[in-house]
Design a protein around this ligand. Sequence first.
Ligand code: GNR
Ligand code: NI
Length: 180
Amino acid sequence: MTRLTILEYPDPRLRTRAVPVERVDAGLLRLVDDLFETMYAANGIGLAATQVDVHRRLLVVDVSGERSDPRVFIDPEILHREGAITGQEGCLSVPGYYDEVERAERIRVRALGRDGRPFEEELSGLLAVCVQHEIDHLDGRLFVDYLSELKRQRVRIRLEKERRQRADGQSTAPARVPAI
Ligand code: GNR
Ligand code: NI
């Protein structure tokens, strides 16, 4: 298994609309395993393929908090939405930022499972929220898109600055020594 690199906002690749998988083969199952490894290593409760720069429609989630309920959704479709729930969301592609987002409280989802067979399931609470967040990734949407332009701009500037500082730290150029 391989831990993959997670793209961070405002990386334009996060805006890609993923294409259907249609066929579940050995290569796709390897990707599923890598998504779980990457998600667990980052302490996330969900991960969409888009976030690791693979633009195919699949996502993994585990909201159990003890890595005991891994779930895979391939080519997911929301058939029905009900109610509303507002909660704090975070995103591994928007590290260190959390804010309130309103979602449907219950959804009915159709998807393919690991075995490549279609299934339908009613989801609610955190699991429903997480699957909606992940399907947004597959459509090139991020939770910060639901916030004000001002908040989004602040987050973008902070993450761009952090990225620049990381790049500086990794530079192989000689350190600049103060002229005193
Ligand atoms: O780890 C995550 N936590 C989370 C919390 C509230 C709502 C959604 C999420 S998903 C997020 C992992 C992630 O970025 N998935 O795309
Ligand atoms: Ni996310």
